[in-house]
Design a protein around this ligand. Sequence first.
Ligand SMILES: [Zn+2]
Length: 220
Amino acid sequence: MSEKPGTRALQNWLLAAIGEIPGVISVDSGIYVYRHIDNDPNKPLSVHSYGRALDAGVREDLPGYPNGKWPTSKIESPELDALIERLIERHEQLGIDYMIYAGRQWRPGSGWRAYRGTSPHNDHIHLEQTPAAARTLTAADITAILGDSTTTGSDTDPMAYLIYFINRTYEQYGRDPRKDPEGVDYWIQRAADEHQNQVWTPKLVSASPSLQLMTELLDS
Ligand SMILES: [Zn+2]
């Protein structure tokens, strides 16, 4: 037994798409592993044991954490939430029949409900596919169903992201950005440098005079 090709294709697409979302870093937390649910021998085998469950890891992209920081609560990202909703919308074509993320679990028919397992799954999306989808879907199928994974973050508003980034940074250090205009200038440059590959980087750089940003911070 090993990972199923359709599950790998979906995992690859997801990791690429999540990686495009500002503020989030994706990590391949695996597909195939032979184990019982909750590692309890009295419980059934996990769907990971059949190679058709994936764990798409999500880390927060924060300054001082080159590989991202494992979140301790749900990552606040409208783009990530929208991506998960897109998977749900197209669940039939993707063969998704179960998902756990951030304290909730989803099944066709019952929709989202509270999840009360051992781990709240703030740090990864657990997703299960039907045997047929796991066996047959290809990378081309996944792209046809979900679109190009590299355009997920392209409609993000650079200013909104910048404010998010700076507020999170100052929150970490327990300081007020409004009292530190020079520091804010530094973080604007850092945010631009760290996101060279984002579609919106040129927009970010041109839209980032600190005066305008400070005005928006004062308003928010
Ligand atoms: Zn899992």
